[in-house]
Design a protein around this ligand. Structure first.
Ligand SMILES: [Zn+2]
Ligand SMILES: [Zn+2]
Length: 494
């Protein structure tokens, strides 16, 4: 969800305004006032205002990606600015570790500065500007804009435009860091190499209207140098005389950690973990990802509910960015924290739970259903019961030969009911059998007594089938009327 590029964004697609406005006769008043587009600066018009309905498929089909990277073209295809920053800072850090003594004050300050600049990205760039998940006061916006500049991931506007495209076109070629291109690509490859395709259209006209975003975009290069290197060096230098440590540890090494922390949201968070809310796309939830990304690791939730100020919804999950936003609210610096309705969040969890249960259900063996069994008359039942031990219970005829010696109540109780209706005895008359006993009995079905099921429909359903997971396109099944749950109608579950 980030980049180190400091260049201005590529010119975004502008809506065409070539069509002249329809002529309105003097006698017919217009239904709606004509758009005063000329009065608005270009940046205030959403870039996707005229987007065609088949934009995604059409763009992927009709625009050619740049050729794949080979040994012969790699030199011209590398994004050298990003390359130098992303390889230079680790080299600088390693040199610093070799040549500079690490004082504990500098070590602590580096960790604090890591969280400061990291929060600039997570609470600022990401949750405030890219997703508008809360409102921030001016002081908080300046704080986050400065902090985020120190993370060297491009300006707020540039970053948010890419991130909005990531959400809008997840797992397609219009996603600037699509996880479907592999872990290395989504982590860092997409920044080291020139984009193979222009990211899909994403509107940031709301950000263009923000004076603070505009100020940060305009002065980004200076703010970057100031916040990434000068401030940490000066704080450690003036604070406790460790100029060198401030530069190498709180400046360079801290920057490497912040970079890869954010990059993990694009790579690891689309690769490692569970999908508790939806499995349509690659984003996943994992504690380890949360730990290394200042709480952005509950990415499955985040892609489902991107305007929610939280990533983690449970109190014990690690989401310091959420805690930071809550503290800001308590201090009066943040307001209008958005959270998705709990009812809808739980629906996603239920669907995923049902999918898991459906898998378990499909792995089990189930009794034959009445449509697959022969219908037998009472007389025929009598004749066949002479040859093998058949017992009638709630409309179904069961062959109990394999169970005669296993019956906990003794063989004699079964023998006594061969060729008879044992429904009353089974359901409490002699013994009120357990659910397990009823489930097992159903596995011994060999036929249906003619006219028998109509009378005993309710008691004929074994307990294990009274509540089942079914897809919407399966409700025509014989047990549809008695099931409590219906799953999705997707043809293929993952
Ligand atoms: Zn993502
Ligand atoms: Zn996001």
């Amino acid at each position: 969800m980030s980049t180190v590029s400091v260049s201005a964004p590529a010119p975004a697609l502008r809506p065409s305004r070539k069509t002249p406005p329809p002529e309105i006769s003097a006698t017919t008043p217009p239904l709606t006032p004509p758009l005063k587009t000329s009065a608005l600066p270009d940046e205030n018009i959403p870039v996707d205002i005229d987007i065609p309905d088949n934009y995604v498929q059409h763009t992927i089909r009709t625009t050619k990606p740049l050729p794949p990277i080979t040994l012969s073209n790699i030199w011209t295809e590398v994004n050298w600015l990003n390359f130098v920053i992303l390889t230079g800072t680790p080299v600088l850090s390693i040199y610093g570790f070799w040549t500079t003594k690490l004082y504990w004050k500098t070590a602590i300050f580096s960790i604090v500065y890591y969280y400061f600049t990291g929060l600039g990205i997570t609470a600022g760039y990401h949750r405030l500007w890219a997703h508008r998940s809360y409102n921030a006061s001016k002081p908080l916006q300046y704080f986050l804009a400065l902090a985020g500049s120190g993370a060297v991931q491009g300006s707020i506007k540039w970053w948010s435009r890419g991130h909005r495209a990531h959400h809008r076109y997840t797992d397609t070629d219009l996603d600037p860091y699509g996880a479907h291109h592999g872990l290395l690509w989504s982590h860092i490859g997409w920044m080291l190499i020139k984009p193979r395709r222009k990211p899909g259209v994403a509107d940031v006209s709301d950000l263009s209207r923000s004076p603070i975003v505009r100020w940060q975009h305009k002065n980004y290069t200076y703010l970057l140098i100031l916040m990434a290197l000068i401030v940490p060096t000066v704080v450690a230098g003036l604070g406790w005389g460790d100029w060198r440590g401030g530069f190498f540890f709180a400046g360079a090494a801290r920057l490497v950690f912040v970079h890869h922390s954010t990059f993990c949201v694009n790579s690891l968070a689309h690769y490692l973990g569970e999908t508790p809310f939806d499995d349509k796309h690659t984003p996943r939830d994992h504690f380890v990802t949360a730990l290394v990304t200042i709480g952005e690791g509950y990415h499955n939730f985040h892609h489902q509910f991107p305007m929610d100020y939280r990533n983690a919804i449970k109190w014990y999950q690690y989401d310091p960015t959420k805690w930071f936003i809550i503290v800001c609210k308590k201090l009066g610096l943040a307001s209008h924290l958005k959270s998705f309705p709990e009812n809808e969040v739980r629906k996603g969890q239920l669907t995923m739970g049902l999918k898991k249960l459906r898998k378990t259900q499909d792995l089990l063996q189930w009794p034959q259903d009445s449509n697959d069994l022969p219908v037998i008359s009472w007389d025929s039942f009598q004749v066949q019961a002479e040859k093998r031990p058949l017992i009638l219970i709630s409309g179904f005829i069961h062959d109990v030969s394999s169970f005669m010696d296993e019956h906990p109540g003794g063989r004699h109780l079964l023998a006594k009911h061969i060729g008879k209706d044992a429904t009353t005895a089974f359901f409490g008359g002699v013994y009120d059998h357990s659910n397990a006993a009823h489930n097992l009995l159903a596995m011994m079905r060999v036929g249906v007594l003619h006219g028998g099921l109509e009378l005993e429909f309710e008691r004929a359903i074994p307990p294990s089938q009274k509540l089942r997971v079914m897809r919407a396109n399966e409700v025509g099944s014989p047990y549809a009327s008695s099931t409590g749950v219906v799953s999705d109608s997707e043809s293929g579950d993952r």
